[in-house]
Structures are given as C-alpha cells and as structure tokens.
Design a binder for this molecule. Structure first.
Ligand SMILES: Cc1cc2nc3c(=O)[nH]c(=O)nc-3n(C[C@H](O)[C@H](O)[C@H](O)COP(=O)(O)OP(=O)(O)OC[C@H]3O[C@@H](n4cnc5c(N)ncnc54)[C@H](O)[C@@H]3O)c2cc1C
Length: 439
C-alpha cells in the first residue's frame, strides 16, 4: 500500500505562460519551485499523478551528510541549512530534526572504510566522527551487540517524507506558483532552436526554461527529445511500525537493517543493502556505463531476471506530442514491496535492538530508486538544448539533499552565483554523445 501524504490543494487551470515550467512534483522539482517562487519568478509545476506520489514519499527520511560521495558533501551541508529553516518557510511542520545519524560497523574493515571517507570529507568541515565500541554504547544504548565502531554525525537530520513536499507545494502556491496534478508533460515545444513551452496532456504552457525533475521517468522523457540520460532503477522495500517508546532518536543504519523515528511515534524500517535490480531492456542498453557501479556495489542488490521486463518493454520510447504517453498510462509508480525482505529487516533490527520486539508492522511499500552510473545526480542545463534543465538521478539519497539541489537549480536558471560548485552535477560528464541528436 502506498504511503499516504498529507493532502494539500493544487490548481486546476493550466496557465498560458510561466517563465519556468517544472516537470515532476517530487522533492527535486518542488524544492526548485519553492526557491523560484520565493524569488518572485513566475513558475508552474506539472505532476502526472500526485504530489510526492513516488520516491519522495517512499524514502527512509534520512537527511545526511555522512557517507556521501565527496562531490555531494557541500550540497548536503547546504541542504541541511535549508531544512533548518523549512518550517518557517512553509508555515507548517515537516518534522525536521537534527537528531543525528549513525552507521554501525561489524568489522574493523568497515570502520577503516568510514575513516577513509572522513579523511577526505574533513575539507568540508563535516561534523562526522568515528565512534569506538564504547562510544557506540553511549551514543546508541540498547543494542544487544558489541559493535566494532560507527560513523556518527550528531548534526545530521531526518524529516518526514509524507509531509515535507506537500507543505512546500502549499507554501509555493501562496507565493504565486501554479501546481497542477494529474497533468502529464508529453514533451517540450522548441522554437528557433530553444525551449518555448511544455506540451502537457491538457495543453501547452509557454515558457523560457523547463526543468525535468521526473525521478524514475526522466530517462524516458528525455529520450523522446533525443537526450540519452543514463539512468536505471532498483526496488527498495520499506515498512513502518506502530508507535513505540524506547528505541533511539538517531537515524541508524546497521549492516542489514536501517531505522528512523517517525513523526507519528513509529519507525520507518528497511533492509539495508538489499535492493532488487530487475533486468529490463535498459539493463542491456546501459550495461557498459553501469558495469563499474554494479561491480562496486555488488553486495547491495540482488539481480531479478523476472518481474519488470515486460512492463518496461511495452512502454513506447518515442511518441508524438499529440499522442497519449506512458506518463498518462502510469500515474503513480507503485511497485509491490517484497514481503520476505520486509520481514527480514524487522527480524534483523529486533535481533540487534530488542526494544523493537513489541513494534508491529503497520504498513509496507515499495519504491523504485533511480540511479546514474556514478550515483551522483544531474542538476544542470543540458547544453545541447538551450532552456532545458535536468534534475534527476539522485541515486537513493535525493530526499535529504533535495532542498539544496532546489536552491542550486534555481540559481542556475536565474543566472545567479551558485551556492556550491555545480561542476560535479553537469549532464555532459556522461559524454557529449548523450545529447548530440537532441530534438
Ligand atoms: C525506498 C527508498 C528509500 C530512500 N531513502 C532515502 C533517504 O533516507 N534519504 C534520502 O535522501 N533519499 C532517500 N531515497 C531517495 C529519494 O527518495 C529520492 O532520491 C528523491 O525522492 C528523488 O526525488 P525526485 O523529485 O527526483 O523524484 P520523485 O520523488 O520520484 O518525483 C518525480 C515525480 O515526477 C513525476 N513525473 C515523471 N514524469 C512526469 C511527466 N512526464 N509529467 C509530469 N510528471 C512527471 C512523477 O510522477 C513523480 O511524482 C530513498 C528512495 C527510496 C525509493
């Protein structure tokens, strides 16, 4: 069953024009929307299903700097600063708190790997540190095990995915932004070699700039424009427990479980390092580009030969803008969770933290995580198409970084000085061939 987001009002009438149109109502698109609306830019967002219906309401809710790709650390720090002010900005409670994050280690080898990460990340003044076995017991009491150590960041945070994005939409609308649900974008209208509008199932919105923040759908959408965005998906299975007192406030990732306290008093729980990678037609098309990442993260996923191939093979890859598209056919990507993985995550967590023994599984859900070959998102203009910006491929960690990414995207669109170096997020890093046939 899909997690329920809080309901907020959206618009019903498509504007004739906006300076910027955003495609996709997840954290990426909505964070950009909010910043642009705050700056007084005329902006509209179209969402094929419902706001935060896909990854942005299905994630664990970790907002962390620790363990990130070094390229992302400055953006993650900026995102935390944005989260700090989020309640004030949206006039509601996104349940953000800097309760800390802890990655537990079973072996000295794992501790050494985090030490190596920390050594590099110190240049960004991160507050992370390595905990000794005794320090783990102090910071995280209640475990039945003796841990070899941990990576701990006291000022990392967590927020409530089922609240945050809808509240940001509400705030952006108050500032004059337009947000339309059940409105799939079919493509981009090009005039004189540059973006002139977004064609949706309900009509065209004229605009100067368009941001594609389509999550797991960005590759398909961009592909119809001749832009080859390398992106694959893996399935994560998640559950939430009944309300329980006793377990910690910290967001914790062990070797084979992860948990985070929820605003409703329960916990969001998942089986860490057990994603399911379904073989689909894109697995063959993108095999070479993803091979290094597949080898490096081999322990983190299970390959499934069956399950999604037919569904994805049936999706058209090319369409005309006056035809119905796959985005209208599948309003909300709502994959089934794997019950065996959900149960395993519960069992592993109770094994190591017995205080969870009385927590009931209230709900479980699946989420398809979109990833790039280097697990770093694109937050950038696509140089071959003036006026076209891509913001996707957050590779399983876009919720926490989302508000920072939104600020960066808005600055790039407005031509303002960027809050962090945008170079690591360029689209063209995947090779110029990616966009050579554009539109
Ligand atoms: C199980 C799981 C656990 C995760 N845990 C964490 C975590 O703890 N911390 C963290 O930081 N991140 C986490 N993530 C990752 C995070 O959720 C994503 O990186 C982030 O939500 C991506 O946001 P997005 O806006 O790019 O995509 P999405 O939230 O998927 O939004 C994209 C939206 O675009 C819409 N769309 C697509 N095509 C069109 C179109 N043509 N027209 C109109 N609308 C369109 C879709 O309907 C969708 O609503 C997790 C993800 C999952 C699934």
């Amino acid at each position: 069953m899909a997690p329920e987001t809080i309901k907020v009002e959206t618009d019903t009438v498509l504007p004739m024009r906006a300076d910027v149109v955003i495609i996709g109502g997840g954290i990426a698109g909505v964070s950009t929307l909010l910043v642009l609306a705050e700056k007084g830019v005329s902006v509209a967002l179209v969402e094929k299903g419902r706001i935060a219906g896909e990854q942005s309401s299905r994630n664990w809710g970790f907002c962390r700097t620790q363990g990130r790709d070094q390229a992302e650390v400055p953006l993650a720090l900026e995102a935390l600063r944005q989260w700090d002010r989020m309640n004030e900005r949206v006039g509601g409670d996104v349940a953000f708190t800097r309760a800390g994050t802890c990655y537990l280690c079973e072996t000295p080898k794992q501790v050494a790997a985090y030490e190596a990460w920390l050594e590099k990340a110190r240049q960004w003044q991160v507050q992370s540190r390595i905990l000794s076995p005794d320090e783990v017991d102090q910071v995280l009491p209640g475990s039945s095990r003796r841990w070899a150590g941990a990576l701990y960041t006291h000022n990392d945070g967590r927020a409530e995915p089922q609240r945050a994005v809808p509240l940001m939409v509400q705030a952006a609308r108050r500032l004059g932004a337009t947000v339309i649900e059940q409105c799939a974008a079919r493509g981009v209208d090009m005039q004189a070699g540059r973006v002139a509008g977004v064609v949706t199932e309900h009509g065209t919105i004229a605009c100067d700039s368009v941001v594609l923040a389509g999550g797991a759908w960005s590759r398909l959408f961009a592909g119809n424009m001749g832009v080859d965005f390398p992106q694959l998906k893996v399935l994560g299975s998640v559950m939430r427990t009944s309300s329980i007192s006793g377990p910690p406030e910290l967001a914790v990732a062990g070797p084979d479980f992860a948990f985070r306290k929820r605003a409703d008093g329960g916990y969001t729980v998942a089986r860490r390092n057990k994603y399911e990678a379904f073989v689909v037609p894109d697995s063959f098309r993108l095999f070479g580009q993803f091979l290094p990442a597949m080898i490096a993260t081999r322990q983190e996923y299970t390959i499934r030969l069956f399950g999604r191939f037919r569904e994805e093979a049936k999706l058209p890859r090319r369409w005309k803008l006056d035809e119905a598209t796959p985005f209208e056919a599948i309003r909300v990507l709502d994959p089934k969770p794997n019950p065996a993985i959900v149960e395993e995550s519960r069992r592993n967590m109770v094994r190591d933290f017995p205080a969870f023994a009385s927590a009931r599984i209230e709900q479980s859900w699946g989420g398809l995580i979109d990833s790039t070959p280097d697990t770093v998102p694109v937050i950038a203009p696509v140089e071959a198409i003036p006026g076209f910006f891509l913001m996707s491929g957050f590779s399983g960690h876009g919720f926490g970084i989302g508000p920072g990414a939104g600020r960066l995207m808005a600055e790039l669109i407005m031509g303002a000085a960027p809050c962090v170096d945008p170079a690591p997020f360029r689209f063209e890093r995947f090779g110029t061939a990616s966009a050579k046939k554009a539109v």
